[in-house]
Ligand binder design. Structure first.
Ligand SMILES: [Zn+2]
Length: 224
């Protein structure tokens, strides 16, 4: 399979050993905040090993440890997809999902109404489908899909009757994810899924779909 050399984070330069931890424009001022000497004095034309030798000559053990830990975290950074569903006793049902960048910035959020005839387990899986579709539509193909419902994660990882309503949705999720370069499911506590929960609640209140691109949805009250 051909793999494009372009950096999948900034889409501006080739993804090289020195670009990913040091040269990528999407890193912002992360290295400046560390006060590690020499870390901003790099040249993408110089081999990484050569730069590292010069850097290590100026570092103590703490500098080296900090550099290694930050590089590890940067390499493993992922965009996050959170989703949730809400089913009211009066029959209203809504889905909510939010896609965030690796540094927590909201890239897009969505709330929509859905069929209240479905079981809550099914609409929770439908919410995951909407979340991965939203990430795909944003051109994001390296994600961590987060949620607190263990049943949903197990239904995604194990075999499921493809003819059942849930099995159909699970098959659609797998189909969407087949175009992703990297994805993983990650369990989080219910409280950490609060934004997706609020969006799902909001989805119960109207009869269509609402999308907020690159902005915090007005329905979400920021934590003080
Ligand atoms: Zn980059």
């Amino acid at each position: 399979m051909d793999v494009l050399p372009i950096c999948p984070i900034c889409y501006f330069e080739d993804e090289s050993v020195i670009h990913t931890p040091l040269g990528c424009s999407q890193l912002g001022d992360i290295w400046k905040k560390t006060n590690i000497p020499f870390v901003e004095e790099f040249d993408c034309e110089i081999p990484f090993v050569e730069w590292l030798e010069s850097a290590i000559a100026q570092w103590n053990a703490n500098h080296f440890a900090s550099f290694a830990i930050i590089c590890y975290l940067l390499w493993n950074r992922r965009n996050d997809v959170n989703s949730n569903a809400s089913l009211h006793s009066d029959g209203r049902a809504g889905l909510g999902c939010v896609v965030r960048s690796w540094d927590g910035r909201v890239l897009a959020a969505m709330a929509l109404n859905t069929s209240a005839s479905a079981f809550v387990t099914q609409i929770k899986v439908e919410a995951v489908l909407k979340g991965v579709e939203l990430a795909r539509d944003l051109g994001i193909f390296k994600v961590q899909i987060e949620g607190y419902c263990e049943w949903v994660w197990s239904s995604l990882s194990k075999g499921f009757d493809p003819l059942s309503p849930i099995g159909t949705v699970v098959a659609n999720i797998r189909s969407v994810l087949s175009s992703f370069t990297e994805f993983q499911f990650h369990w989080i506590p219910r409280v950490a899924n609060k934004v997706a929960h609020e969006l799902a609640q909001h989805g119960c209140t109207f009869n269509s779909c609402q999308v907020w691109p690159e902005d915090n949805p007005s329905v979400i009250v920021p934590c003080s």
